[in-house]
Design a protein around this ligand. Structure first.
Ligand code: GDP
Length: 426
């Protein structure tokens, strides 16, 4: 059975924790998109980890961790991450890397930073991990696929020269930065080849076989629906699809094999980078929620940047669940809201004097104003509770209200960052 775990919002919903938890029942965990630009924070028996490129299932001895073809593969980053785990006592994970994954090059990272610098105040707030230049090159057909590392020397060298010639025009005339050297780029590729060779695999064939054998496969998404380049808040989005549907492409499996789409929804909102954020809050109200949020405050796992904060946005989340095709929802970080007397949720958007419950495109989103509904808080700590019925009535009412708004069953409620802090709801 194939299950996807994806985010309904702007990312940072706690997908890492849910994947780590469900990883126990899985044989294979696959990253199918994105790169090292977003992090998952995972807290388990080995300690606290921020994973960026490795799937969140790497902590189990019985799982195989797969980097699918849809991923932006930063090879040294991947190996640093593996080495860090091993140095902290985690058994060396079993890793497979798709022969169709493309390689994120050091110049992608440089171009990302140069472009943000060039845009100045109009920048996207990129994590400067090279993601946008990487995917641009992939679709412009000037990227390097892992399989190309194994091409004859003259073929690879010729491609390197062709790519470098193009990059150098931009470096010289647009960015006024040091030029690339073909020899150096070629040598970097050879280094990468030596590093990655033992792990390279025909992932699509491997998964085809695994599906036939009835293995449990988890597809682990990064970021959330609203960062999808097609269905999100374009252009303030990421550069690869964050949707479960893309799991089929980014892993190389048939779409109809994805039976379960576990969509992770956060009990309040947070976002990083620029872009419209209708239920955003500011000042002391935001500072308080940011300080209490997540396991150690709402600060970026990759950048340490303070996240933008907001109340739960039912319009964005219902859309986020719909576009993912959510079959069930895991509601996370509910424990954080225990300090509030009343909890506002955004149940509609007012756009040009009209109230809508349908999530609009970005131009309209920019002028949307939140329509609030206020629910009573439960004013206590719900951590440690294991049975749904033991949650305070106001807390259950909050869950019911969210469920009614999003129209997808909430089957899991996360009431703490730890692997076991989960309440299964029948
Ligand atoms: P991801 O990218 O979706 O995996 O999310 P992040 O890891 O960036 O952010 C989620 C944060 O919330 C992490 O710091 C988690 O440890 C934490 N977290 C996850 N679930 C819960 C929860 O139920 N309660 C609390 N307090 N923290 C949680």
């Amino acid at each position: 059975m194939v299950r996807a775990i994806v985010g309904a919002n702007w990312g940072d919903e706690g997908k890492g924790k849910i994947t780590d938890m469900l990883g126990q029942e899985s044989d294979i965990i696959v990253r199918f998109q994105g790169g090292s630009n977003a992090g998952h924070t995972i807290i388990n028996d080995y300690g606290k980890f921020a994973l960026h490129l490795l799937p969140s299932g790497v902590f189990y001895g019985h799982t195989t961790s797969v980097i699918g073809n849809g991923v932006a593969l930063n090879i040294p980053y991947l190996f640093n991450e593996i080495n860090e785990l091993v140095s902290r006592g985690v058994p060396k994970p079993k890793i497979l890397v798709s022969d169709r994954a493309q390689i994120l090059m050091p110049y992608h990272i440089a171009f990302d930073a140069y472009e943000e610098e060039r845009l100045g105040g109009k920048s996207f707030g990129s994590t400067k991990s090279g993601i946008a230049p990487f995917y641009s090159d992939k679709y412009a057909k000037i990227g390097f696929q892992v399989s190309e590392l194994f091409a004859p020397e003259d073929v690879l060298k010729e491609k390197v020269e062709r790519v470098v010639a193009m990059k150098n025009v931009l470096l010289e005339h647009l960015y006024h930065k040091p030029l690339l050297d073909s020899e150096e780029v070629y040598n970097t590729l050879l280094e990468y080849k030596a590093m990655v060779e033992p792990y390279v695999c025909d992932v699509s064939l491997f998964l085809h076989q695994a599906i036939k054998e009835g293995k449990n496969i988890l597809l682990e998404g990064q970021l959330g629906s609203l960062k999808d380049p097609d269905h999100g808040i374009y252009p303030m989005v990421t550069s690869s699809s964050t949707l479960a549907a893309y799991g089929a492409i980014g892993a190389g499996i048939p779409p109809y094999e994805i039976k379960n789409i576990t969509t992770v929804v956060k009990a309040y909102s947070s976002a990083v980078g620029a872009g419209a954020f209708v239920s955003e809050i500011f000042g002391e109200e935001a500072d308080e929620l940011r300080k209490r949020g997540g396991d150690a405050g709402e600060f970026g796992a990759t950048t340490g940047r303070p996240r933008r904060m907001g109340w739960f946005d039912a319009v964005a989340t219902r859309y986020g669940c719909r576009i993912q095709g959510a079959t069930e929802v895991a509601l996370t970080v509910l424990d954080v809201l225990g300090y509030l007397d009343e909890i506002p949720i955004c149940v509609g958007y007012e756009i040009n004097g009209e109230v809508t419950k349908d999530f609009p495109t970005t131009t309209k989103l920019e002028i949307a104003k939140p329509v609030w509904k206020t629910l009573p808080g439960w004013k206590c700590d719900i951590r440690g509770i294991k049975n749904y019925d033991e949650l305070p009535k106001e807390c259950r009412d909050y869950i019911d209200a969210i469920e009614a708004e999003i129209g997808v069953p909430i089957t899991m409620v996360s009431n703490g960052p730890g692997r076991d802090e989960i309440i299964r709801r029948k």
